[in-house]
Write a protein that binds this ligand. Sequence first.
Ligand SMILES: Nc1ncnc2c1ncn2[C@@H]1O[C@H](COP(=O)(O)OP(=O)(O)OP(=O)(O)O)[C@@H](O)[C@H]1O
Ligand SMILES: [Mg+2]
Length: 437
Amino acid sequence: MTAAKILVVDDELELERLIKLRLRKNIRANEFQLLFASNGQDALKKLQSETKIDMVVTDINMPDMDGLTLLSKLQDIDQNIKAVVVSAYSDLKNIRTAMNLGAFDFLTKPIDFDDLEITIKKTLNFVQQTRETLSQLQDMQAQLIQSEKMSAIGQLVASVAHEINNPVGFIASNIDFASEYIQDMLRLLNLYQQHFPNPGQEIESTLKEIELDYLVSDLPQVISSMKTGTERIINLSKSLRNFSRGDTAHSVAFNIHEGIDSTLLILQYRLKARKNCPSIEIIKEYASLPLVDCYPGQLNQVFLNIVANAIDALDDLNQECSWEEIKRNPYTITIQTEASTDNDWVTIRIKDNGSGMSPEVREQVFDYLFTTKPVGKGTGLGLAISRQIVEEKHGGKLTCISALNQGTEFIIELPRQQSYKEVSKPKCDRVLASCGS
Ligand SMILES: Nc1ncnc2c1ncn2[C@@H]1O[C@H](COP(=O)(O)OP(=O)(O)OP(=O)(O)O)[C@@H](O)[C@H]1O
Ligand SMILES: [Mg+2]
């Protein structure tokens, strides 16, 4: 438990000793941490330099800056901070002013220490509840934005897949007929050639012009490459549908590699070489994995967020490196998968050789709205949502290892069965402890 931080502001120095004495049990139990300031100015400095003070207990009449002025400035520092003012019972006018300035409660002098303890606990409780509600609201807002974003991608992908599916179906089913008809016609042509070896000048010159022998020998090749192309489009459309499959209310057994592959397909256009951007090589080191009981649409979001971030990091590097350097050290994203020896957990590692992160950035990557990207390019939600999907929805673990100029690795660990998540732990705890997140 971390102690709640309380700032006591009073010019009577004796009060510090008394409060410490009377609240010593709470201090020892690590419930409260008390800080002291002798006037409003001093309090403002402490509020700005100390991290997250939970509440302020302030006198009203003090030299340099009085409690009412301090109160009027508190909201600019932290909107969640709550203040309790202390004043003489007869000083009703100031107490009213303090309440109108947003004070949470008031105490009268001489201080009744039992009442002080109750008031502090009540105020801290309120601060805690407000923080929790605010954080839940932020979570919900972030989820809404992200799911809106993802459902837009999902819908687009699903509709493109659907639109491709029908015409490609016509082509696939007609190629075999076309091939058969052509073979029949060639057989007929052959018979004509046998029975009428001298067809006349006009036919002979046309035969030469169209190079019939070449045409006949090349035709099987043409048909076969049309078939290959059609099969590729069918697979593409399958992958697109696979990526955008709606989430079921229950988890389903899913082939993780299919999820990763369909995600890579969605991002294919960003992996290919573009103007001023070399191509990014995907190195797949797939192990044999069991089917994983999960919510595939959500897991695909996680893969999409992590791989898209890796591409962004490589694009960033691109601004700084010469072609020579890039040739020597080509851009890669390595995706490794492995199953634990008992097959109860699977691990997916996605590693790039991009710019990496400073320790300060690495510390914050999973925080909501944390982004180092310019406005319009990043919202700072991708990893926060991904962690939520992996850890809260699937009972897994999402961690990150990164250092500046050393690239970045994200590790996703998932239980094979959703029922395992409560009883067993990821096998990779040792690695996780060492990367400290
Ligand atoms: N592979 C990576 N290499 C370097 N930095 C990364 C990498 N992945 C994430 N980051 C850092 O983590 C930050 C947060 O990533 P996150 O995906 O949560 O948000 P974002 O990419 O900025 O925005 P979006 O919400 O659009 O995903 C990024 O802005 C970036 O600074
Ligand atoms: Mg991102």
